[in-house]
Design a protein around this ligand. Structure first.
Ligand code: NDP
Length: 329
């Protein structure tokens, strides 16, 4: 079998980090062949073509073909998996409405091109920000495809949250489970430890012994650290997080295709779960079963959690309203 994978913005930083890992089998395993379709805007084509040359030089046994194009109909032709990485970054002096409008102008036509050209079972993961609302716009423009096929990446936030908990507890990261992200992939996101476990035991008790006042630590240290980690990386590294974002995108798609053992986080369409307005693409605790994301239902939410989720979801509602008021939804 060969899986056709479309990557938009493939000439950019995250695209560059994704391509070689996928070609090496990190996404679909050592037996699944892959075919790349790299979609760029005209000014990004040369960088994508350069990456394609390097892919040749990697002599990857799994890689069947690489197509570089700026035509969405060609870029999404037969796509089984689409990673929408390219997005318009916020420029100096750019208002939020301008950013939303610029991205609606990218993700609307891409949604339509996916519906017209991709494989009928296509699965779409939006990485480019504002990821949740970009996914919403793409889904709304993809006539005939269920909104469940459009997701936004919040796995990097979850990976960051699990890593911070593991560091604080002095335990290997794989022992920390069930740390879902709720809401928007933005500063309002809510990394939730209330159901988290370490080595199968509740995290809260173990944390109390180390940090003392757990609610204060969550509010003043943990949540801001996770939500602002991107800015921290920029400050220390001098440029934005790239390899960790690509790694999280691979985690997300691999789990969507192959299934999960436990909960993870993904921005998926709401059907009203946990009071999140229907149709929004919000991050939830999810499982992947038989190739589909399922929201983990029935979790009890504290007043603190409810307040945090409501605030992040309110931001998603505002973003949807802003795009609607521009006539782009
Ligand atoms: P990156 O590859 O570094 O980032 C791409 C997108 O991923 C940005 O929207 C960025 O958001 C987002 N992102 C999501 N999570 C993270 C994270 N944790 N850390 C950093 N970024 C994150 O950008 P480049 O500028 O290197 O590359 C973008 C490419 O996209 C260019 O080659 C450009 O030509 C192309 N492009 C393609 C389009 C298309 O195919 N139609 C449209 C627009 C651009 P944020 O901006 O918030 O950091």
């Amino acid at each position: 079998m060969t899986t056709t994978i479309t990557i938009t913005g493939a000439g950019g930083q995250i695209g560059y980090a994704l391509l070689f890992r996928i070609a090496a089998g990190d996404l679909l395993g050592p037996d699944e062949k892959v075919r790349f379709r790299l979609l760029e805007i005209p000014q990004g084509l040369a960088a994508a073509e350069g990456a394609a040359l390097e892919l040749q030089d990697g002599a990857f046994g799994l890689l069947q073909h690489v197509e570089v194009t700026d035509d969405p109909a060609v870029g999404f032709d037969g796509a089984d998996l689409a990673l929408l990485v390219g997005a318009r970054p916020r420029g100096p002096g750019m208002e939020r409405a301008d950013l939303l409008a610029a991205n609606a102008g990218i993700f609307g036509p891409q949604g339509a091109a996916i519906a017209a050209n991709a494989a009928s079972g296509v699965r779409v993961t939006v990485v480019g920000n504002p990821a949740n609302t970009n996914a919403l716009i793409a889904a709304a423009s993809a006539e005939g495809l269920p909104a469940e096929r459009f997701t936004a990446l919040t796995r990097l936030d979850e990976n960051r949250a699990r890593a911070q908990l593991a560091l604080t507890l002095g335990t290997p990261v794989e022992t920390v489970r069930r740390v879902p992200i709720w809401g928007n992939h933005s500063a309002t996101q809510f990394p939730d430890i209330s159901h988290a476990t370490v080595g199968g035991e509740p995290v809260a008790a173990a944390l109390e012994q180390i940090v003392g006042d757990v609610p204060a630590w969550l509010d003043q240290t943990f949540i801001p650290r996770v939500a602002k980690r991107g800015a921290e990386i920029i400050e220390v590294r001098g440029s934005s997080s790239v390899a960790s974002a690509a790694n999280a995108a691979i985690d997300h798609v691999r789990d969507w295709v192959h299934g999960t053992e436990d909960w993870t986080s993904a921005g998926v369409v709401s059907h009203g779960e946990y009071g999140v307005p229907e149709g929004l693409i919000s991050s939830f605790p999810v499982r992947s079963v038989d190739g589909e994301w399922q929201i983990v239902e029935g979790l009890e939410l504290s007043d603190f959690a409810r307040g945090r989720i409501d605030a992040s979801v309110a931001e998603l509602v505002e973003e949807r309203e802003a795009v609607r008021s521009l006539g782009m939804l």
